[in-house]
Design a protein around this ligand. Structure first.
Ligand code: FAD
Length: 518
């Protein structure tokens, strides 16, 4: 008989709960005779999900493919669209004090003449027209400007011409994952957990359900959102705040109709305002947008007014249209000290949250669930599994925190919030060291080998446009050749021209994948 845990109870039916149920059930049970692990998900019929979280990162298509999800169905069920980049607008000002925009794309170039082409770009400048690093390294921004999709019409499942992620309707994505999970044998209980029982060791032994009586627990996953019902409230695991690294602690989300539904950008926009930034996620069916801000610099009312002024200025809210009804979400920024305590793992907002600037939370749920499968608990409760799991999750949180810090630390906007974010916020020692190093040489593959999500190119894409490397020259630049750079530029321009010629309009592609075309 296996000494592995055989029953997993998940509490919470948001994105974290259903994605975790799908990952455990699919990855452990699919190729066995009969389930090795019985997965039960308990979800409150009264407490709503957080209802946001609609942008993802580039690993999402692989996850969906591994979970056996048909991509066309995902697009239909979740009103999904493609995302090939994030456009950061007004995050910094140029030498004349004028705000500008830059892209953070999902694609990276290879080497040029054996060297990182960022060295060529730094020494020789742009090979052609557009002066941005992104346009000199990838085809992503060219596709976005032309509103093209990242794959061919009538393409195969998950086929792609360039890397992409999805924008997904958060509510519909949860429902879709729920329906697939139930069809694959996950048990579903719609009831409230009103009490948590612990045995003499402090481990969770059972859950009192409001209507359904006592539910026994062998291993439990706390996916109860910011409430963190088991990890925080019962197991009392300390919370490590990241408030001294990152200032934003509030968000005002709004859903709006498209101005012109045929002009869906294949990118997320992040536009800086006076005390934070606004996300704009264009789905097939509507636009999801919201202001992420710091309560130390704006009251809720001030933030709402500033946000609505912005929405009217960019045309997302027509002039004369009434202010939308909104609620303010309080964000608990930081993480649980440990993620796995006794026989409980917390996944999703229940284990912590870092503001959504790079749309990393669903990815963190994915990794938390994947690592749980990889370190699946045994009946003895071996500490080695939990210790390793806690180490992996801690480093993922720190990696994401440091990358988000980099955005703020290198912004030169003059507003009080932005100055505080740049000068008063803490930077981790490892980020300080890296930034110091990158004054002497460019970011290289070896600098980020231990990172799960953000590699040296991600750092280059964010640091370069802000002038971090301006007027700096590096010893390695003596070994690079101009003709290699020009040849690289010619090849990239050919590739862009080919993609622009062959890739379909983004909206048309979405309609085609969904089968909406007449
Ligand atoms: P929730 O959605 O809050 O779900 C909690 C669940 O627990 C609910 O089903 C509730 O009913 C249940 N529950 C609670 N108490 C009980 C109880 N006593 N008994 C039974 N059930 C209970 N992530 C991204 O990846 N990309 C983004 O672009 C992004 N943007 C975001 C923007 C904002 C402003 C915020 C706040 C978050 C964003 N996120 C984003 C994060 C993302 O929304 C979450 O990671 C994701 O939705 C998972 O939430 P959750 O399932 O942990 O919690």
């Amino acid at each position: 008989m296996s000494d592995r845990v055989e029953n997993v109870t998940i509490v919470g039916g948001g994105t974290a709960g259903w994605l975790t149920a799908m990952i455990i059930n699919t990855f452990i049970n699919t190729f066995r005779e009969g389930p090795a692990v019985k997965v039960t998900l308990i979800e409150s019929p009264k407490i709503p999900t957080v209802g946001v979280g609609e942008a993802t990162v580039a690993g999402m298509p692989s996850l969906m493919q591994q979970l056996g999800i048909d991509e066309a169905e995902l697009f239909r069920r979740c009103n999904a669209s493609f995302k090939v980049s994030v456009r950061f607008g007004d995050w910094a000002v140029d030498g004349r004090g004028k705000p500008f925009a830059f892209y953070h794309p999902f694609n990276f170039p290879g080497t040029v003449g054996g060297y990182n082409p960022a060295y060529h770009f730094n020494r020789f400048g742009p090979y052609g027209g557009d002066p941005s690093i992104t346009d000199n390294m990838t085809a992503n921004s060219a596709l976005i400007h032309a509103r093209k999709g990242p794959r061919a019409l009538n393409g195969e499942n998950y086929e792609k011409s360039i890397g992409y992620a999805y924008h997904l309707d958060a509510g519909l994505f949860g429902e879709f994952m729920r329906d697939v999970a139930l069809s694959r044998g996950v048990q579903h209980i719609r009831d409230d957990v009103v009490e948590v029982f612990q045995d003499e060791t402090g481990a969770v032994s059972g859950l009192q359900l409001e209507k359904g009586g006592r539910h026994p627990v062998e291993f439990v996953v706390d996916c109860t959102g910011f409430k963190s019902l088991i990890m925080k409230e019962v197991l009392k695991e300390p919370f490590i705040s990241y408030g001294d690294y990152l200032l934003n602690d509030r968000a005002i989300p709004v859903q709006l109709p498209h101005r012109d539904p045929t002009k869906i950008e294949p990118c997320t926009r992040s536009t800086a305002l006076g005390a934070g930034w606004v996300w704009r996620v264009p789905l097939y069916s509507r636009v999801g947008t919201g202001y992420v801000f710091s309560s130390a610099f704006r009251s809720d009312d001030e933030a709402r007014d500033e946000f609505f002024r912005h929405l009217r200025a960019v045309g997302d809210l027509p002039t004369g249209a009434p202010d939308p009804d909104v609620k303010v979400i309080k964000m608990r920024i930081g993480r649980s000290q440990r993620f796995w305590v006794k026989n409980c793992v917390a996944i999703g907002l229940s284990n912590g949250f870092i503001e959504p600037l790079e749309a990393t939370a669903i990815y963190s749920v994915e990794m938390a669930a994947r690592w749980l499968v990889g370190h699946f608990p045994d009946k003895k409760g071996s500490p080695a599994l939990a210790n390793r799991y806690n180490g992996l999750m801690t480093s993922l949180y720190e990696e994401i925190r440091d990358f988000i810090s980099t955005h703020y630390h290198t912004s030169n906007r003059p507003d009080p919030f932005w100055k505080a974010a740049r000068y008063d916020c803490r930077l981790s020692e490892s980020l300080q060291e890296r930034l110091e190093l990158w004054k002497a040489r460019l970011p290289e593959i070896t600098d980020t080998q231990d990172q799960k999500l953000f590699n040296f190119w991600n750092y280059l894409y964010v640091l370069h446009p802000k002038g971090f490397f301006k007027d700096r020259h590096f010893p390695l630049e003596g070994s690079i050749r101009h003709e290699h750079w020009q040849a690289f530029g010619r090849r990239l321009e050919e590739r862009k021209a080919e993609l622009l010629r062959t890739m379909p309009d983004h909206y048309q592609l979405l309609a085609n994948i969904r089968g909406d075309e007449p």
